[in-house]
Design a protein around this ligand. Sequence first.
Ligand code: GLU
Ligand code: ZN
Length: 551
Amino acid sequence: MTNKEYADFLLKTDYDYNYYLEKYPKRALKEGQMVTRFAPSPTGFVHMGSLYTSFSDLQFAKQTNGICYLRIEDTDGKRTVENGVQGIIDDFNSLGISFDEDPIKKGKYAPYIQSEREDIYKAFAKKLIEEDKAYPCFCTEDDLNRIRELQEKTKDRLGYYGHYAKCRNLTRNEVIERINNGEKYIIRLKSNGSFLNKVILDDLIKGKIEMPENDMDVVIIKGDGLPTYHFAHAVDDHLMGTTHVLRGDEWVASYPIHDQLFKMLGFPLPKFCHIAPITVREGDTIRKLSKRKDKGAAISYYAKEGIPTDVIRLYLATVNNSNFEEWRLQNMNADIFSFQLSFDKMTLDGALFDLAKVENICKERLSRLNKDEFTKKAYDYATKYDENLKALIERDENYFKSIINIEREKENPRKDYVTYKDIYPIINFFYTDLYNQLLETVELPFNFERFTKEQIINVLTNFKNNMGLEYDEEGWFENLKKTTTVCGFCPNVKEYKKNKEAYPGHVGDVSEMIRIAISTRKNTPNPYYVLKILGEKEVARRIDEVIKKIS
Ligand code: GLU
Ligand code: ZN
């Protein structure tokens, strides 16, 4: 039996590795062009941490006119979730992001789903078998447990290596016999490394890291016929022409295996960039962002919260590179992919995730949209996630626009809404029927500790008789000061503070009473504009209702 026949006996494939080398020729790249890939396992949604990595993949490819492709790593059956691939693609589409090559679009290097590449991995495993660099292992779970117990007892390193790797020394005849007897096997690498030698990872972010060479006979093809991560990584990143592997730094420790696999397969090594995970602060400690504990970990969370996708992109760019924020200030309207990302500006310690900062960016973004853009986006959001808001916009789009346009479209717009989710609870009182409901159900937050019912009623009555809505904002406020004085309150806050005994309260207190009366709450958009939108008649009606209610 020749080596090739032996390999064919161990693994059945449709084609051999030469066929695949020809089928997937080297990419024709110009100097400096980068080929990156985002390679998630399909757990059903994209995690903020992996999105962060993918963002760098995309950015490096874009800025070098290169290629960024999406590869689905579903060789670990246990972790695979139904619909996971679609979920991933949906998440990216929702972010307005698309890859140059992906499982749906396909591309020259298809398939882009690892479970559909079984024949390819086996073909390359056969190459290793033929060259005596891989072998079948029949060890059962029990065998491996026994080896581990022995290693624990003798305080030796754990793993399948050296004299522990007993299947390494099986003769070809023994192997053939056991297989003919129906024994199950996997394929292991016949490591050529020594634990005493060093291998250096020259990481583009972390610098040089020295580690012992790999001497473990790691599994390359599992019992289900699919490859392990290590083997699929070497085969795919070579055949698909990846120039830069950007991945989470949990993979640093297995770099010696990868280094060895590439070399034993005769593949040149790509460049490696290991990215520290996104972290969160929890009390005094900093920990990895967790899918389970952190609500902001899943990308789908943001859409539901009414946080638009460009905010996530902006935020990730901000935490990704230390010089992004400064660039952004000078290039407010530029596509963020036109920013030049560089490895030396990427954070070493792991970006700290901060939902409050995401919300800040969001608030700022929403305030900068003009009323038409804002309405359109709010409506898109509402259609999916907020029936109440949808109904309000549909009731009267122009009325809605006049509300959300309060102090918008100016140099320093007012930031009333953090996310689209905020809109409904902030503006509902503008609508008469909803105001009436509120009035029935909520407790009006008047400060009865400082003011008597009579004082409040007096203020509201005086205001009702002289609203001053014929004036501009400044004139209205001057007029309000007059009402304040008539009611015995102090028109000037500073003066009130100097001489508190002389007055029951000041102009701010008066304006708060009015706000509460017309909206049932203390915080609203600028009251002058609220009054203008409601109109004198409705304001008068509301004041009458409130007086009735508190009397
Ligand atoms: N599928 C691996 C993961 O999700 C990808 C690592 C890599 O990018 O090579 O961790
Ligand atoms: Zn074995």
